[in-house]
Ligand binder design. Structure first.
Ligand code: SF4
Ligand code: SF4
Length: 336
């Protein structure tokens, strides 16, 4: 099973598409405590996982920014020492975090989320973020990784590019080139509305203005995404059958797509056996609603070929010179 463990329940950025830090200011109406996971609690969680799961995969994020944790490197080491897969996702827009700490233990996946190469586009998706800092950190990381671990470790770094209508231009081409120069993987992702609560608001016609503004920026509209999901309904939701979302205070959420604390299914991962957590998830009313709209397929943008076909049809209509493929090759190509 995949365990999405939010070791940090806050973020230094204020991305408009994300409820972290925005839930009060922008009328999301969603509540969640902020904070940092206690290192002893983290170790206890790993111990419980080891007893219940023979092949766990640990991701040290869900809604928070993991690099903010003062014991980030120690936490990565705890996972890697067990021989388990470890994934991290970060905005890398940090001035006061030493890249030597980040590169001390390289997880199997070190994902850096981006939405532009130039500040005007980047800041639309990553409010409060500074692309110059990100670029500088990408270079620093490259040099430290090569020196300390060897060039083969560079491919563990993935630059995840969130594709919107207005960033398939020089921005994406320059990020692609930068990834080639630094030996990082380039992975485009069709941007969608999140969290799940926001998408449910959209479906019921109650989307907040901020959400509608983000929707206008999507290359594949929410409606088109729903239609793709309707054509590809999964029999079960992998986000409940194969994943568990653990918050920084040790509580468990129904899944990684929901944000509000009302979807916490247990106050303590440590005190509830895995089978019981699964039973609670499968009995939850929200899953019925979610699956009735095929949002469980939509949330994982299943399936890639259909999303790629739709996205590239729109890119062609917009006369964009690029073809983009999520999880398929070529990830970025010239149309002509
Ligand atoms: S960087 Fe990630 S966690 Fe932070 S506000 Fe943006 S989307 Fe949310
Ligand atoms: S069915 Fe929907 S609400 Fe339930 S676990 Fe899956 S994505 Fe989450």
């Amino acid at each position: 099973m995949i365990y999405n463990i939010d070791i940090v329940g806050t973020c230094n950025l204020r991305c408009p598409s994300c409820p972290v830090g925005n839930h009060d200011q922008q009328g999301y109406g969603l509540k969640r405590k902020s904070g940092f996971m206690d290192i002893q609690m983290f170790e206890d969680i790993l111990t419980k996982i080891a007893l219940e799961d023979s092949e766990p995969e640990i991701h040290l994020y869900n809604w928070g920014e993991p690099l903010l944790h003062p014991k980030y490197a120690e936490i990565v080491k705890l996972v890697m020492d067990r021989g388990w897969y470890c994934g991290v996702s970060t905005n890398l827009s940090h001035e006061n975090i030493d890249m030597r700490t980040v590169a001390k233990h390289i997880p199997n996946l070190l994902r850096i989320s981006l939405s532009g190469f130039y500040q005007d586009i980047y800041s639309k998706g990553h409010h409060n973020g500074h692309i110059s800092l990100v670029k500088s950190n990408l270079y620093k990381l490259h040099h430290i990784i090569v020196k300390q671990h060897g060039t083969e470790f560079l491919s563990r770094v993935e630059v995840c590019y969130h594709v919107y209508k207005d960033n398939v231009n020089d921005d994406i081409a320059m990020i692609y080139r930068l990834c080639g120069e630094l030996g990082y993987c380039f992975t485009p992702r069709w941007a969608i509305l999140m969290p799940l609560e926001g998408m449910l608001d959209y479906i019921s016609g109650n989307a907040k203005e901020d959400m509608l503004r983000i929707e206008e920026r999507l290359l594949i509209s929410a409606q088109d995404g729903l239609e793709i999901a309707k054509r590809n309904p999964l029999p079960d939701c992998p986000l409940r059958s194969e994943q568990t979302a653990i918050n920084h205070d040790g509580s468990v959420s129904l899944c990684c797509t929901v944000y509000d604390e009302k979807y916490i299914i247990s106050p303590s991962f440590l005190q509830v056996p895995r089978q019981e957590l699964q039973r609670i998830k499968y009995a939850h009313n929200l899953c019925q609603t979610c699956m009735s709209y095929n949002l469980h397929s939509w949330a994982i943008t299943y399936k890639d070929s259909d999303w790629n076909e739709k996205g590239n049809q729109i890119l062609s209509e917009l006369n964009t010179p690029y073809i983009i493929n999520q999880n398929q090759h070529p990830r970025l190509a010239n149309r002509t």
